[in-house]
Design a protein around this ligand. Structure first.
Ligand SMILES: C[S@@+](CC[C@H](N)C(=O)[O-])C[C@H]1O[C@@H](n2cnc3c(N)ncnc32)[C@H](O)[C@@H]1O
Length: 211
């Protein structure tokens, strides 16, 4: 008898890297750009080593492509490590029920303020995006950035589980994308999508499937 095994399949996302960003999105991003600039100007006062922003405009283009190509089986979105909450806000503006999970209390506070300022609905939860037990999927002696946070898993606060989300976005630290893919393969729902920003012009999409 064939045993069902989950796999992550790469999805060919056709996206237009030159797509013009609509005015209402630029308005949100100009607020984000200002808040980030203020943060970088004062970085020495509150250094957060793990915070680096993705290219919000390209991630918006990717989200629009996912929506237009009707690739997502549902309407729930989660940003793993939501930083300033900008991608969560963009997903919410595009109609997803969007949640961001972030382990740094300062970034949680900043992103909630940002959502309020932009009148967007996304929710930001303080906690760990790794489901309980997911650390055991890391190779021995792996020092992935996402394993450093000694904060409880956010899913209990959310009253939702990892497999309740149809689309997850992550911008992993170099070297940990395979680990996050493995966490997603094990804990996400069947047919859920994982969108990853891996660097400039490097955005990848995966779907969890049964082999
Ligand atoms: C590379 S930054 C990306 C921020 C944002 N997603 C973006 O693309 O602009 C990674 C973020 O994930 C957060 N983070 C890392 N590991 C985490 C964990 N296990 N649980 C929650 N947040 C985490 C960091 O604090 C940081 O804000």
């Amino acid at each position: 008898m064939k045993k069902n095994i989950s796999i992550l399949e790469s999805v060919d996302l056709e996206m237009d890297w030159e797509r013009v960003i609509p005015t209402e999105v630029e308005e949100v991003l100009s607020i984000a750009d200002r808040r980030l600039q203020d943060y970088w100007d004062q970085w020495h006062k509150r250094p957060i080593e793990q915070y680096v922003a993705c290219d919000f405009r390209d991630v918006w283009r990717a989200l629009v492509s996912v929506a237009e190509q009707k690739l997502s089986v549902g309407n729930t979105f989660c940003e793993w490590g939501s930083g300033f909450g900008v991608v969560t806000a963009l997903a919410s503006q595009l109609g997803w029920e969007a949640v961001g999970i972030e382990a740094e209390a300062f970034l949680v506070e900043q992103s909630r303020e940002f959502l309020k300022q932009t009148n967007l609905k996304g929710e930001i939860v303080y906690g760990n995006f790794l489901p309980s037990g997911a650390d055991s999927l890391a190779k021995k002696q792996a020092n992935h950035a996402s394993l450093f946070h000694q904060v409880p898993s956010a899913y209990e606060t959310l009253d939702l589980q990892c497999d309740d989300f149809s689309l997850v976005f992550a911008y992993p630290w170099p070297g940990e994308h395979h680990y996050l893919q493995e966490v997603f393969r094990v804990y996400a729902g069947d047919q859920a999508l994982l969108l990853m920003f891996l660097g400039p012009y490097e955005i990848e999409l995966f779907r969890k499937q049964q082999s």
